[in-house]
Write a protein that binds this ligand. Sequence first.
Ligand code: NAD
Ligand code: UD1
Length: 335
Amino acid sequence: MNILVTGGAGYIGSHTLVTLIEAGHTPIVVDSLHNSSRVSLERVAQITGVQPNFYQLDIRDKAALSEIFSQHAIDAVIHFAGLKAVGESSVKPLLYYQNNLDSTLILLEVMQAHGVKKLVFSSSATVYGSAPIPYTESSPAGQGITNPYGQTKYIIECILRDVAASDDSLEFTALRYFNPIGAHSSGLIGEDPSGIPNNLMPYIAQVAVGVRDTLGVFGDDYDTTDGTGVRDYIHVDDLAEGHVAALTHSKPGFRAINLGSGNGTSVLELVHAFERASGRAIPYTILPRRAGDLPEFYADATIASQALNWHSSRTIDDACRDTWNWQSKNPQGYN
Ligand code: NAD
Ligand code: UD1
């Protein structure tokens, strides 16, 4: 299939391009490069031997996006494009609502105009707010979301549900990612955050490689196994395979599906796994809890297994090994 991939130069997008190409699909990438580098696409070509079609474009440019749909017979869309920095979203809420909502509305209008029916959207476990764990797809969503970034994910899911309900031929899947980590086993592509990483894994990796001195652990007094926060980390290549499965098993209507491993790992467990994988010590200090953080959450991944025939197969140790391989080969990321 010809798959339009918005945000395809980014972290999850670039890994998904490799998986799509290996599954025999033809990706057409549209990315503004606001938070990514063209080098990721060159690396995808190095891994797969296929140079993806690429358009540098803000997808809110409706005329230009429409032109791409006219030039390629698009069968389906995977929509990764969006701004994702939780802290920044509270400082610049209009930027986040504008970018994430407008880009999705315009994409849906252009898809409709060109008769494209299948969409896979990057949602997040953040939509569950403070629901009881494990999160199942029937857990309440949209309550207790603590930041505008998370709100955009929930609002986009509502939009997709409403649009799908208006036309039975539409096939929309929102994949609710838990915490993506890891890198392609080649070490050629990986996560390359700009500035100080907000998320745990890239921070650990930068400490291991010597870019940063010490990890700050946000709280060791939660009611968890060792007092530190517990999350469901999922290897980015498992996530990438989840997107191909979502296209393969696409069906009419709107569905929201968790992509997680179903297991919880604490901050200190991840730190120690990374120390084993890298052979480097990760110095850390305990800091106060980070505002807005939940103590513990992980997925119930049963629906993904039943509806998509997908489950995660890579371990935390695999993810640490692959992140270290990427980070040690690319200490400054793509630059
Ligand atoms: P990323 O920032 O690496 O990739 C997003 C890409 O979208 C970037 O390349 C950026 O340049 C592009 N982009 C943003 N706005 C655009 C626009 N208007 N037009 C064209 N391109 C635009 O992020 P990622 O980690 O690969 O995440 C991909 C998607 O998954 C995002 O929607 C994110 O919110 C969602 N998600 C990510 C995580 C995570 O932890 N990484 C967790 C849950 C959900
Ligand atoms: C964060 C976002 C969430 C987003 C997700 C994407 C917040 C409040 N939530 O979730 O909306 O969907 O990223 O993956 O930012 N930690 C440290 N030190 C650090 C960084 C993190 O101890 O330097 C801890 C956190 O307190 C948490 C765990 O590590 O317990 C994971 O943090 P992080 O990677 O930021 O992910 P989430 O908090 O789950």
